[in-house]
Write a protein that binds this ligand. Structure first.
Ligand code: ADP
Ligand code: MG
Length: 291
């Protein structure tokens, strides 16, 4: 077993929010998309991994090492992209690079220069003079310039225009094609993951709902559409989420086979998108009782 990242029964309580009993693992060489609505606990989970906040209970291991005991050794092997700029706004790209470089035993100036070039970053510019997209590219350039084995990114695409977003995703994809790197990537924009993710983990309300290979997830789950009479026949407990009106219903099921067996051709069965799955799961938590 080569889990590069492993969280076991990790909990963290805030006054109005708890992350409950998180179990998560990522194998070397894969890319995991971590999805969930705003406020569901994505950043809290990532901050725990990075040892930026203290857990209440559980264990967190990266590269098989305890996240608290081996923080420095671990961080040397991780490229981290935060949800917000965490560099000093008044420093230039060059100055920040000179500052962070000594922290990494495997800093590679050539790679850094390559990304600075590719991203058209001007090293004389101050951070505060950069657009959001430029800041993100700079963060990414730093994260990729020390031969990190694991890239952890907290909503790197949020607030970026579509062009910069797709550029960023392309860089990630090409990175993963030729190297043995792993990526843990949180986002609430599920379309980011359609192409690149191997695994999807969904979190809602501080609780992990599932981790699954993306292809399996999209194969096993289905959207069901039908008339209200059909809904009455169904076992309501089985839907993950449901929308209904006077004419019909639309629901998410985690078991396409079962739906097909039960309903035959009397309902429409469609392949879901990651967006559908996120929306229906989120909706379920809002429902009072039946689903
Ligand atoms: P996400 O990244 O999925 O949007 P977060 O992990 O940032 O969600 O936040 C989850 C919840 O935890 C939110 O309700 C947020 O208000 C709360 N929270 C986050 N950090 C703190 C903190 N330091 N103190 C108290 N509550 C916090
Ligand atoms: Mg967040």
């Amino acid at each position: 077993m080569s889990n590069i990242l492993e969280m076991t029964n990790v909990s963290k309580r805030y006054k109005d929010f708890s992350l409950k009993n998180v179990n998560l693992s990522l194998e070397k060489g894969y890319i995991m998309g971590f999805i969930g609505p705003n406020g569901s606990g994505k950043s809290t989970t990532i901050r725990l991994m990075m040892n930026l906040i203290k857990k209440d209970s559980g264990t967190i291991k990266l590269f098989g090492l305890d996240s608290e005991k081996h923080e420095l050794a671990i961080k040397d092997r991780i490229g981290f992209v935060y949800d917000e700029n965490h560099f000093y706004e008044d420093l230039t790209i060059q100055e920040i690079k000179d500052f962070v470089r000594p922290f990494y035993t495997k800093w590679d100036e050539e790679i850094f220069e390559k990304y600075v070039d590719q991203f058209e970053l001007s090293s004389k510019k101050k951070i505060k003079e950069l657009s959001k997209g430029m800041k993100m590219k700079f963060s990414l350039a730093v994260a990729l310039s020390h031969h990190a084995e694991l890239l952890i990114m907290d909503e790197p695409t949020s607030g970026l225009d579509p062009l910069v977003r797709s550029e960023l995703l392309e860089v990630l994809q090409s990175l993963l094609e030729d190297e043995n790197k792993s990526v843990f990537f949180s986002t609430h924009i599920t379309s980011d993951l359609d192409k690149i993710a191997d695994y999807i983990t969904l979190i809602n309300n501080g609780i992990i709902q599932f981790t699954k290979p993306k292809d399996e997830l999209l194969e096993e789950y289905c959207i069901v559409k039908g008339g209200i009479d059909k809904l009455d026949e169904a076992n309501r407990e089985k839907w993950i989420g449901l929308r209904e009106n006077a004419f019909g219903f639309e629901a998410l099921s985690s078991n396409k086979q079962e739906v097909r067996q039960h309903f035959g051709d009397s309902v429409m069965i469609e392949r879901p998108t990651l967006e559908d799955i996120l929306v229906f799961f989120t909706r379920r938590a809002d429902r009072v009782s039946s689903y």
